[in-house]
Design a binder for this molecule. Structure first.
Ligand code: PMM
Length: 286
């Protein structure tokens, strides 16, 4: 089995990393409200680490379609104690935020990476902040806030359009001083994307990788995995019933050489990636 080597931050290049999701929100589509209390979120994060997460992504703003943004003070109140507690227990924490102020406070609380679904577009202070702190940065493909993002899901040719727009974010980050080895790109499944767009991007991860940066692939529990294989008109699978499909996408992403996959259910993806790794090793590590 010949697959590209997954390189990027915190990676020794031997395998795709697993980023576990810790949503400290009342309203995320996938697990809204379950870990809203800081103690519950911290406990959940520790459990994900025990199950094999290489790093945890802590976020305090739901980005599901139609979501209303929390005020910055509320986002800080949700995120900072959780980042602090997880970092103090030795876990590698990424903060999922579009706000430079939240990123800065999270870095001070022990986070080691910033994940910005807007790729630096939502807050002009974000790229300079990340560059100044010399921390790894995930720039996702994004066309606007969640309140109306699905109205922006119009593409001539989705893979080419997303790659072109992501290339602009890459260039903006590099010009702002983010080091190339610290910059990860993400095609942003489900953000201004319909199911067909998500599948096209999944099928063409090599084109996104050709932008020259490590990739994050984040399909976990998204709506397109709730309808795949279902007859027209059938009720979609609920979010928690999408983990097998998620693990299947993790395998596809690992075979495409992505740096990391961002998932809610770490155990199933970790098992699936162990299969990829064992096969790769048996084939001579190619
Ligand atoms: N999706 C969500 C949140 N954060 N970050 C990145 N980089 N990429 C994503 O696709 C992404 C993200 C929304 O999913 P959630 O509500 O389950 O966290």
């Amino acid at each position: 089995m010949t697959t590209p080597r997954p390189t990027g931050p915190f990676s020794d290049g031997s395998r795709t990393l697993v980023m576990g999701v810790v949503n400290v929100t009342p309203d995320s589509f996938s697990d809204g409200g379950r870990w809203f209390e800081p103690e519950a979120a911290v406990e959940h994060g520790r459990a994900l680490t025990t199950e094999g997460a290489d790093l945890l992504d802590v976020g305090g703003e739901s980005t599901r379609p139609g979501a209303v943004r929390p005020p910055v003070a509320e986002e800080l109140r949700r995120v900072i104690p959780v980042v602090e507690a997880l970092a103090a227990s030795g876990v590698r924490v990424s903060v999922d935020t579009m706000r430079a102020e939240v990123a800065e406070r999270a870095l001070a609380a022990g986070a080691v990476m910033v994940n910005d679904v807007s790729g630096g577009l939502a807050d002009p202070e974000m790229l300079p902040l990340v560059a100044a702190h010399a921390v790894p940065f995930i720039a996702m493909h994004w066309r606007g806030h969640s309140a109306d993002m699905q109205q922006r899901a119009a593409y001539g040719e989705v893979v080419a359009d997303v790659c072109r727009e992501l290339a602009h974010r890459r260039d903006a980050a590099l010009i702002a001083g983010v080091a190339p080895q610290r910059l990860v790109l993400d095609p942003g499944l489900g953000f201004a994307k319909l199911a067909a767009h998500n599948w096209a991007l999944t099928a063409h991860l090599a084109a996104v990788a050709a932008l020259g940066q490590p990739l994050l692939y984040a399909a976990s529990r998204k709506a397109f995995l709730g309808v795949v294989g279902r007859p027209d008109g059938a009720a979609p699978r609920g979010a928690a019933e999408r983990d097998v499909a998620t693990a299947a996408t993790s395998v596809l992403a690992a075979l495409a050489g992505v740096w990391a996959v961002r998932v809610h259910d770490v155990r199933s993806t970790r098992d699936a990636l162990d299969v990829v790794e064992a096969t790769r090793s048996a084939g001579g590590g190619a």
